[in-house]
Design a protein around this ligand. Sequence first.
Ligand SMILES: NC(=O)c1ccc[n+]([C@@H]2O[C@H](COP(=O)([O-])OP(=O)(O)OC[C@H]3O[C@@H](n4cnc5c(N)ncnc54)[C@H](O)[C@@H]3O)[C@@H](O)[C@H]2O)c1
Ligand SMILES: O=P(O)(O)OC[C@@H](O)[C@@H](O)[C@H](O)[C@H](O)CO
Length: 412
Amino acid sequence: MRILQIGGGNFLRGFADWMIQKGNDAGVLDTGVVVLKVTPRPSRVPLRAAPFRVVLDGPDGPDVTRVDVIDEVVDAYADWDRCLAIARGDDLRLVVSNTTEAGIVDVPDDLSARPPETFPAKIAVLLHERWRHCGGDPARGLSFLPCELNEDNGRLLRSAVLRHAAALDPAFAAWTGAHCRFYDTIVDRIVPGGDAEEVRGERYAHWAIAGDPHIRDEFPLDRAGLPVEFLEDIGPYRVKKVRILNGSHTALAAVAPLLGCVTVNQAVGHPLAGEYLRRLLDTEVLPTLPPGAGPFAAATVERLASPALEHRLADIALNAIAKWQTRNLPVVRDRWAAGERAPLNVFALACLVLGYAGEPGDFPVRDDAEVVARIRDGVFPFDDARLAEETADHVRAIRAAGPEAALEKVIR
Ligand SMILES: NC(=O)c1ccc[n+]([C@@H]2O[C@H](COP(=O)([O-])OP(=O)(O)OC[C@H]3O[C@@H](n4cnc5c(N)ncnc54)[C@H](O)[C@@H]3O)[C@@H](O)[C@H]2O)c1
Ligand SMILES: O=P(O)(O)OC[C@@H](O)[C@@H](O)[C@H](O)[C@H](O)CO
């Protein structure tokens, strides 16, 4: 069997490729991976069909795995014909992707371009080639496992692909709708970096996959003891993971640089930033979740405290306003709806607003130029009067007393 992998970033190498290697080693899979490079920009890590090491930090030292599953890398912009040939392949069954949350977009595209610009349009054209080649054989549909962190990632990808498919040929769209399976998944492993030879991450991993049970036989990694779970609905699991882990990351990336921290583990170990994190989880995030999320929150704090990960706050701060909106704002809204307050999450937003505005000057701002410019012009990023007012209160307090004293006051 062959798996088509869209994107060759560190996350997929340290998570999906690592799992496929383990599945092959355990005898539950027998598959190679072909990686498609789908952006015209140069890769951060040069992509090669060559073995690499996955080094995972754990309580008893690093665990090193040689991953040798990538047997081909194709650049869609350099060799689209080869991509079409791969799509025709008899041995192709599964597609995994990670194109960041920016990749699954539902916008018009030029389907005659070689290649089309967006990820879903590329998939539609590749599937169309497959459909033509197999004469619409129902058995030749593909299964998609998107790893992007968008909510309902499988459903989103399916609907964008189907829109392009309908423009190509209604009969092809019907085949795609009936015989290709798009699974919602949620992935969890902190993978802070790597290069062509090595990917660094944590030992912890979890992959929750929802939907049609067909996938359990195509991708039976649970039978190799891997942390892959097949669930009917991953919604509740997703909310818990995103609010606890990603919300903590985004809050720390906003607050901790103002206290002089550079990495996540420094922040967790910092007396004030560490207390901020624990209180954020205990008093704001956990009350918005169903009972039973406490152990996951405690385990998350331990994961974030690991010194071996060297996860830079500045890297997590990429597009921080949009991330705060999806990871932290829902907590604020739920607390308000329950007649409670959420000052620690709003404090993080105040730190972002100040940081984006250039005070203090060394804040790691990595966002869309337009988003940054609007904040610098004094425009509050959300259309919400209460949020604007509470954020402004924190901004004033930070300006007057400095970040440490202002934070002390909010915490205690
Ligand atoms: N690194 C982690 O700890 C981690 C953990 C869980 C999930 N994730 C997911 O991974 C993403 C970051 O991935 P990474 O850490 O491997 O980073 P990365 O920058 O190494 O890889 C990102 C990949 O996305 C591709 N890409 C970017 N924009 C695209 C677009 N518009 N269309 C198509 N492809 C596009 C890039 O070419 C690259 O292959 C996050 O946004 C999140 O969705 C990461
Ligand atoms: O990858 P991003 O930039 O979307 O978010 C940064 C981190 O919060 C994220 O990558 C976590 O490490 C990951 O979600 C853990 O499973």
